[in-house]
Write a protein that binds this ligand. Structure first.
Ligand SMILES: Cc1[nH+]cc(COP(=O)(O)O)c(/C=N/[C@@H](CC(=O)O)C(=O)O)c1O
Length: 411
């Protein structure tokens, strides 16, 4: 018999595994509120018109070929992606302190970034501890150990009563982190809670990060989805970058450009201000990022990078993209309002203001794992077991059905 006969079955992924269960469910009227992917009010995936147009231009352009990209991706993409998150007038970029590599979307940027840190981040003799918020995106817990930094530690983040950020506990936990620890932060639209620190609270977090000599790793997967404004959603990252500290950034264009399956993202390492021979240091960092990528997947796919360059690099396309992005954020906002109204009209026990106070793609409903299971088996409504709802899974024609089912589940 095969040597693989004894391979144990891996548990289904809490998010993506849900999708396969949903697809296997043949009940008409089933509803998926699982994966954080945008859907139109008809419940369909959405290809942004500006993306479609750029693709057509690429297809018509005789210069478009299928040659390998450089190990660290398209240089034009590196620059445009870094400018998007850091701002066009970013001092760190102007001083040559930012090293950006194309990555396999947000997940790939996190994986390569953590691997790089496992090899080179040494403020104390041993590899650094990595802190992730609790709760957080479930895959953070997988990437950190797989990338060689051992099991992630957690810092408290959510005030379960208010549904907002428990800043006191968060700052206390960060203050206890050993010097040089890596702190994973959600740049905006925290997944799954939809609760973000206020600007004043970000300043408090920065103070602790600087006092403790911690290394912030900003995961930016929803820039433009939290507020609908790209610059507002980058404010936390820019506050830290302006402080002139070492930091690492991952970016994903899966959600805000609708390029989920193109796996296009970016990883940036920002070197602290005042680094002597910064050009030498930056060159060395880039060489080591490439040394991680080459044996991992050698070089990234071209199509998504070219689309992103076409959108970000042309002022008319960029303006069109901002409008379409605001439209997506707007529809999600409409679903928040509609769901809260339906829950209130139904007299559903509980305080549902969190549905409209939270931002980004998700609502953290507070439903228990049992209530989530009940919604799945009785009502064929799918959401992650932590009670997270991907609001883009709702449409004007299904909000009432979901509200009625939630009332049934909580009574
Ligand atoms: C915070 C966060 N970071 C990174 C990613 C990675 O996305 P990528 O497609 O690699 O660019 C996701 C995806 N989140 C949604 C999809 C998933 O779980 O993969 C989700 O939470 O549903 C995040 O929510």
């Amino acid at each position: 018999t095969s040597v693989f006969a004894g391979v144990p079955e891996a548990p289904p992924d809490p998010i993506l595994g849900l999708n396969s269960a949903f697809l296997a469910d043949e009940t008409p009227g089933k509803i998926s509120l699982g994966v954080g992917a945008f859907r139109t009010d008809e419940g369909k995936p959405y290809v942004l018109p500006v993306v479609k147009r750029v693709e057509q231009q690429l297809a018509a352009d005789p210069a478009t070929n299928h040659e390998y990209l450089p190990i660290d991706g398209l240089p034009a993409f590196q620059k445009l992606s870094a400018e998007l998150i850091l701002g066009k007038d970013c001092t760190a970029m102007n001083e040559g302190r930012v090293v950006t590599s194309q990555a396999l979307s947000g997940t790939g940027a996190l994986r390569v970034g953590i691997t790089f840190l496992a090899r080179f981040l040494r403020t104390s003799g041993s590899p650094p501890a990595v802190y992730i918020p609790t709760p957080t995106w479930s895959n953070h817990r997988n990437i950190v150990p797989d990338a060689g930094l051992g099991d992630a530690r957690t810092y408290r983040y959510l005030d379960a009563t208010s549904g907002g950020v428990d800043i006191t506990s968060m700052l206390a936990d960060l203050s206890d982190a050993p010097k040089g620890s890596v702190i994973v932060l959600h740049g905006c639209a925290h997944n799954p809670t939809g609760a973000d620190p206020s600007p004043a609270q970000w300043k408090e977090i920065l103070t602790v990060v600087r006092e403790r000599g911690l290394l912030p790793f900003f995961d930016n997967a929803y820039q433009g989805f939290a507020s609908g404004d790209l610059d507002a959603d980058a404010a936390s990252v820019r506050l830290f970058a302006d402080a002139g500290i070492d930091m690492v950034l991952s970016q994903s264009f899966a959600k805000n450009m609708g390029l989920y399956g193109q796996r296009i993202g970016a990883l940036s390492v920002v070197l602290a201000a005042g680094t002597p021979d910064v050009a030498v240091a930056a060159k060395a960092v880039r060489s080591q990022l490439k040394a991680v990528v080459r044996p991992m997947y050698s070089s990234p796919p071209a199509h998504g990078a070219r689309i992103a360059v076409g959108v970000l690099g042309d002022s008319a396309n960029y303006a069109e993209w901002k409008k379409e992005l605001a439209g997506m954020a707007g529809r999600i906002g409409d679903m928040r309002t509609a769901l809260k109204a339906a829950l209130d009209a139904n007299g559903t026990p509980g305080d549902w203001s969190r549905i409209v106070n939270q931002i980004g793609m998700f609502s953290y409903t507070g439903l228990s794992a049992q209530q989530v299971a009940y919604l799945r088996t009785k009502h064929h409504i799918y959401m992650t077991s932590n009670g997270r709802i991907s609001m883009a899974g709702l449409t004007t024609s299904t909000v009432q059905q979901v509200a009625d089912a939630m009332k049934d589940a909580v009574e």
